[in-house]
Design a protein around this ligand. Sequence first.
Ligand code: PLP
Length: 406
Amino acid sequence: MPATATPIRTARRVDRFTYAIRNIVIEAQKVERAGTKVRYLNIGDPIQFGFATPPHLIEAVARAMRDGHNNYTASTGILEAREAVAADFTGRGVPVPPDRVLITSGTSEGLELALTAIVNEGESVLVPSPTYPLYTAVLAKIGAEPLYYRTDPSNHWLPDLDHMRSLITHSTRALVVIDPNNPTGAVYPESVRRALIALGEEHGLMILADEVYGDLAYSGSMPPLATLDLDAAIISYSSLSKAYLAPGWRAGWMAVGATPRLDGALAAIKKLADGRLCSPGPMQYGVVAALTGDRSHQATFRQELRLRAELTTTRLNGIDGISCVAPHGAFYAMPRVALPAGRTDDDYVLALLRKTGILCVYGSGFGTEPAGGFFRVVFLASLSELDGIYDDIAAFTREYLDISSG
Ligand SMILES: Cc1ncc(COP(=O)(O)O)c(C=O)c1O
């Protein structure tokens, strides 16, 4: 066969890489082509459900473009944005200088930079189960292992510290803490947060504090994890995506804790950041506007989310065969359906999609056992739309469980 007829082969690392939240859309498109309207409850994007980016952020980005800020920026980000992030953290109780801040293409890029900078192939990272799948995707790419620590639905989805301890080996390098949590909606109390820091510190781990929902706890903004121990090896992350309603801008930031133990990691992260030039320049002016301007939209958004969380918990717990732990932050719930023996979470989710057009993501896409029957609901749709969706989930589940067991 001539070389031109040979398919280009793909790298082995791609075989290890999965991203259920987006992969499942292929199934949804098939359902759509067959004529069923799909209700997409798979992706946490408030804009797709009618929430609007605050106008002063849009104006700041548009003005930046008009004013000619269309150049490459410093790889760590423009000084004004790093100063705004540093001032924001300092105001929240974590003094950090602008030279320990990086502006990134969303938290996603910052997390990938840090993991790539400090974790070698074959080493491991503690990741919650269930987890936001970015972590397992990045670890697959760099040839490292996720160590899934249990978070317990019978205990408000809080981390099981004994289980975490039992997983740590000499090659464990980092601990991922997602609080408020996607996919469970859990918000960790201070005692748990302190215990997580103590565990990380005891084992010399770098702690990645994913606080992308930090301003979306229903009781109000959470203090960053780093406030509890300013000397701990914590990198704090957030972005414009959720609490500032601009996910498509891909604008986020990371603040590297002041401890000199993180100096090497910071230098390595900056070195890697040089290789991708910079995050989008005009959006960095949006970061400045977000962190120095009016944030009143957040109180309204939190209230909207609280109402949806209450409806979701009440309605799902009212369905025979489904139980749901109440979320306390963000816009996700992780209900569980009591599956008949032999069935898996993706059987249920795909059957729900094909029958009703409702698209959720199966729990095993976030690392739970397939037989566990967990699935994730994004509850950003309007209350009336959600009510209709839960009616349909109830009717479908009644039928699914009867048919399966009968
Ligand atoms: C827990 C968590 N971390 C990180 C991200 C990625 O956020 P960003 O848009 O800032 O990259 C998400 C997005 O859904 C998330 O849920």
